[in-house]
Design a protein around this ligand. Structure first.
Ligand code: FAD
Ligand code: E1W
Length: 467
């Protein structure tokens, strides 16, 4: 029988990729996107914001046949470069070798690539069309154009990929409560730019610190941890870096509230990020003109309204960004949903329930791990106990790769369910702590005995990548 037409709200990263996947499986798909077509309008006036793409997102892009195209426009990040207050502690590799790296991609360029791919697969896009309401009894949605003019449309099967502030979610919640809980982190973020080295005075460039046109080592994610707050920087293909300052929103200095203007922020940076400030020549303009973003975790009891409406991506499970997995998780969602729908196109109620059953425990797990990673990023990347655990873990990863893999690597470089990574990480951590309880010295640990402990207490790791 004919497959149902799918109405998708939101043509962002997850919406565009989902649309492409559904069209590729034979569905008719209409996407309504609030913003104008970025391929025509120019993406946000050219401000470059980037994201870390890891194995899970890459695997979804492979399924969609888009991985090579995306990687061509990405910058490899082999590890984190930690800029401690006292000085640079060098590159900490993320994985065991260059098969375990992550990729910095431009959000705008990636979105445009996904829109092109979805359109080529037959998806119909309607830009400048904002969902403002839904009548689920009559299976109709209300849309507004940029001028505010409204119209109604039939929508048998509605999917909300409209992000953390989802209007689809609000409409569903008004029809029947979704059990929504939003936990604000209490920290905000602001983006700043390090231009290509050619645009900086030679005096601020450290010899050998970067290569070619980059002011810092290009193949790394840079972190300036400072306890209660931090900066990070990801490279862009053109030689610039996008810096993100994460800082408490309110409260005693430093917080965004305690930095009312660029002058105050500049003084704070000069004191706390003295090596970073000279690399941001337009600091004042950036600080004044870029908004403070908010960070929250979203938990829902229900992701769907029987077979009529479903939430996906950030609309269903927005998380804090500190593991760099929000998009990756949303991309994983799209493959699961497209496969389930293709298997049972007439049973959207069954498919939506199954989608939530499979994905929600994993969304919950990455939400937890992302929150934990903020603390780890801010304070413990330089903490001796944390470093000892890392070092012992690295030895065990070599000695018993079938029984030990750091949680970060399970999350970032494997396809095992996030919930498994969380559980395995806890079990491994307990054993590492047990081994380091009496001595903080890794050299004092008997590696053979440690290996036997892991092998006796933990099941072998499952197959780490599928398909
Ligand atoms: P969005 O990207 O928010 O897209 C939603 C789309 O819906 C938008 O195009 C929007 O215009 C549209 N829309 C909204 N409302 C309506 C409406 N009413 N009608 C029609 N359209 C509408 N993830 C990673 O994997 N790696 C990272 O390194 C990373 N870094 C991050 C850094 C920061 C500071 C933040 C805040 C997030 C980061 N993330 C990262 C998370 C990532 O940005 C999100 O998980 C991802 O963008 C979710 O995609 P989405 O399509 O669900 O939502
Ligand atoms: C990654 C925004 C963002 C994106 C990221 C990461 C971090 C910190 C942040 C986690 C990480 C890639 N991380 N990096 N180093 N240790 N943990 O791996 O995406 Cl803040």
């Amino acid at each position: 029988m004919a497959q149902p037409t799918i109405t998708l709200i939101g043509g962002g990263l997850v919406g565009a990729l989902l649309a492409q996947q559904l069209a590729g499986r034979g569905f008719a798909v209409d996407v309504f996107e609030k913003r104008p077509d970025p391929r025509r309008a120019g993406f946000h006036g050219g401000r470059s914001i980037n994201l870390a793409l890891a194995e899970r997102g890459l695997q979804a892009l492979r399924t969609a046949g888009l991985a090579d195209d995306v990687l061509q426009r990405a910058v490899m990040m082999r590890g984190r470069m930690v800029h401690a207050p006292g000085g640079n502690s060098g590159l900490q590799r993320y994985g065991v070798d260059d098969s375990e790296v992550i990729w910095s991609v431009s959000r705008g360029a990636l979105n445009m690539l996904l829109l092109d791919a979805a359109e080529a697969a037959g998806v119909r896009f309607h830009f400048g069309q904002s969902l403002v309401g839904a009548d689920f009894g009559r299976r109709r949605i209300r849309l507004a154009d940029a001028a505010g003019a409204q119209r109604e449309l039939e929508a048998d099967l509605l999917i909300g990929a409209d992000g953390a502030g989802s209007a689809v979610r609000a409409a569903m919640n008004a029809h029947a409560p979704l059990g929504e809980r939003i936990e604000s982190l209490g920290h905000g973020y602001k983006e700043l730019e390090i231009p290509p080295a050619g645009e900086l005075p030679a005096a601020v460039l450290q010899p050998g610190s970067g290569r070619d046109q980059f002011a810092l080592e290009p193949n790394a994610l840079h972190i300036w941890p400072r306890g209660g707050y931090m900066c990070i920087a990801l490279p862009n293909t053109e030689g610039s870096f996008t810096v993100t300052l994460f800082l408490p929103a309110q409260g005693a200095a430093p917080s965004f509230a305690s930095l009312p203007d660029a002058a105050a922020a500049r003084a704070f940076f000069a004191a706390d990020f003295p090596d970073l400030l000279p690399l941001i020549p337009r600091f004042d303009e950036d600080f004044d003109s870029h908004p403070v973003g908010t960070l929250s975790t979203l938990y829902l009891e229900r992701w769907h309204l029987d077979g009529r409406a479903l939430l996906i991506g950030d609309a269903a499970h927005a998380i804090v960004p500190f593991h760099g997995q929000g998009m990756n998780c949303g991309f994983e969602d799209t493959v699961v949903l497209a496969d389930l729908l293709a298997e049972a196109p007439d049973d959207s109620a069954g498919v939506f329930a199954e989608f939530q059953r499979v994905r929600q425990p994993n969304a919950d797990a990455i939400a937890t791990m992302a929150l934990e990673n903020y603390v780890e990023m801010r304070d413990s990347v330089a903490d001796p106990r944390y470093l000892a655990k890392r070092e012992l873990g690295a030895l065990l990863a070599q000695r018993i790769p079938g029984h030990y893999m750091a949680r970060y690597r399970l999350v970032t470089f494997s396809h095992v369910p996030y919930a498994y990574a969380l559980e395995r990480g806890r079990a491994q951590d307990q054993l590492l702590e047990q081994l380091l309880r009496d001595t903080p010295e890794v050299a004092a640990v008997d590696i053979e005995a440690a290996a036997r402990l892991f092998q006796s207490k933990l099941a072998p790791l499952p197959r780490l990548r599928h398909g």
